[in-house]
Write a protein of this length. Structure first.
Length: 91
C-alpha cells in the first residue's frame, strides 16, 4: 500500500515528468548557479554596506529604499537564473 506521499509524487510525475539532464547540461546548470550566486552575493555586500552607511548618518528612509532595491535586485537575478536554467533543460 502506497503512502500519501508516494501517491502525490506519482501524480506529480504523471503531470510533470522529471527531465533527465546529460552531463553537459548538468555542468551548464551548475555554472549558471555559480555565476548567479556570485552576482547575488556581490550585490548584497555592496548594498548592505550602503545601508550601514546610511543608518550611521541617520537616514532611515534612504536605508529603507536601499533594502527594497536589494530585494528587487535579488528577485530579478533569481528570475534570470531560473530562465537560463530552463533554457538549458529544454535543449
Amino acid at each position: 500500500m502506497k503512502s500519501a506521499y508516494e501517491i502525490a509524487m506519482s501524480r506529480l510525475e504523471k503531470n510533470s515528468p522529471t527531465v533527465k539532464l546529460n552531463e553537459k547540461q548538468k555542468q551548464e546548470v551548475a555554472e549558471i548557479d555559480s555565476q548567479y550566486i556570485a552576482k547575488i552575493a556581490e550585490r548584497k555586500v555592496f548594498l548592505e554596506d550602503e545601508i550601514k552607511k546610511t543608518l550611521l548618518n541617520n537616514k532611515e528612509e534612504e536605508a529603507d529604499h536601499l533594502r527594497r532595491q536589494l530585494a528587487v535586485d535579488i528577485s530579478r537575478l533569481e528570475e534570470e537564473r531560473e530562465e537560463k536554467k530552463l533554457r538549458v533543460r529544454k535543449n
